[in-house]
Design a protein around this ligand. Structure first.
Ligand SMILES: [Fe+2]
Length: 157
């Protein structure tokens, strides 16, 4: 009997998804805010702040994904709900790829802070794309967990 997606684990994952969504919103605000062009005063601080926020996000994602990956979520959901197996595998496979992208963006933000890039636009677009990806990913996970959880606990009781 799979237990992991019906107990405190599911609550913790979903709670962390709420927290991550709030952090993504704050990072989006920062991205949309004023940013000096490369080589001008303030550009270094802007890029250093961005790399710092991305690094924090990377750390939080690393811990969050570990919580999910080490929970036997894949095995439990797949064995209890074979039809969800492909979906859960596809979602979990995104974890290392998102971490890799976050690490790359930390490096790009640092390079920008050293005035090694002419425009901040590609960097902002790529960070925005990572945030879109992350939001989609986490909402798919939440849906999957809730779907499986509701089916397990049932509406019958
Ligand atoms: Fe997640």
């Amino acid at each position: 009997m799979p237990g992991v997606v019906t107990d405190a684990w599911a609550q913790q994952v979903i709670e962390e998804h709420h927290e991550l969504r709030a952090k993504v919103a704050r990072l989006r605000e920062f991205l949309d805010g004023p940013r000096p062009t490369a080589g001008n005063p303030g550009a270094h601080s802007w890029a250093a702040e961005l790399s710092s926020q991305l690094s924090t996000l990377h750390d939080e994602l690393f811990r969050h994904f570990r919580l999910e990956d080490e929970s036997d979520m894949v095995e439990d959901i797949s064995s209890a709900h074979p039809r969800a197996a492909a979906e859960i595998n596809r979602i979990v496979d995104e974890h290392p790829r998102m971490l890799e992208e976050a690490r790359e963006l930390v490096g790009l933000a640092l390079a920008y802070s050293a005035a090694e890039a002419a425009s901040e636009l590609p960097l902002r677009r790529r960070v925005g794309a990572l945030l879109d990806w992350l939001e989609k990913h986490e909402s798919e996970e939440t849906d999957l967990i809730q779907r499986v959880e509701y089916r397990d606990t049932g509406a019958a009781d």
